[in-house]
Ligand binder design. Structure first.
Ligand SMILES: [Zn+2]
Ligand SMILES: [Zn+2]
Length: 194
């Protein structure tokens, strides 16, 4: 679900990547873009046949994940980039996307899919990156360094954040209120520039 009003973004063709989300207005750094909503499913029961690249599943708890409604426009349409301009802020367990830096009108909104470092499990790997950023590593898998920094940060956040109950098979309800901006945290700029 987008939390930015409709006139702030547009879904359009993004070259080889298929569809993408583009800014229509200047988005300030720290602005919350949307909430990753969808059906709560058991992570273990995930049907990889429907989503061969496994890119739409969003971690929620160790047992539960969120699978978005692919028929509706939503922030699951953000493409991966090795140098993304958006990042994830965990808020009451929800994954909010926010602008890591100022995003100009016409610019594509991108996120890191935060795939764990490449290993034997992902073989043959289908996660080729086509982000065309100067820093493209050619793969959507994070480097071990970046992954470890992010995991450590997120585990700390998780300990601090309130636990919320989820119902399997039901849509994750939206929160009653959302912050407009994320708190400034040095981890974001650190990650963004790695
Ligand atoms: Zn892979
Ligand atoms: Zn790339």
């Amino acid at each position: 679900m987008f939390l930015l009003a409709d006139d702030w973004w547009q879904i359009a063709a993004a070259g080889e990547k298929g569809l993408g989300v583009f800014a229509m207005k200047e988005i300030k750094a720290g602005t919350i873009i949307g909430d990753y909503l969808g059906k709560v499913i058991k992570t273990a029961r995930y049907d990889l046949d429907r989503d061969k690249k496994g890119l739409f599943l969003m971690y929620f708890t160790d047992q539960a994940s969120i699978y978005p409604n692919l028929k509706k426009p939503g922030i699951h349409l953000l493409n991966h980039s090795c140098r993304p301009n958006c990042w994830i802020y965990t808020y009451y367990g929800h994954s909010l996307f926010f602008a890591l830096r100022k995003i100009n009108p016409g610019e594509e909104l991108t996120i890191s899919y935060l795939l764990s470092p490449k290993d034997e499990i992902c073989n043959p790997c289908v996660h080729t990156c086509k982000c065309e950023s100067k820093f493209c590593t050619g793969t959507m898998h994070l480097s071990r360094d970046k992954y470890e920094i992010w995991q450590k940060f997120q585990n700390n956040q998780k300990k601090k954040s309130k636990k919320i109950k989820v119902v399997f098979g039901k849509n994750l309800p939206k929160l009653t209120t959302y912050p407009k901006r994320v708190p400034n945290n040095p981890i974001y700029s650190l990650i963004a520039n790695m």
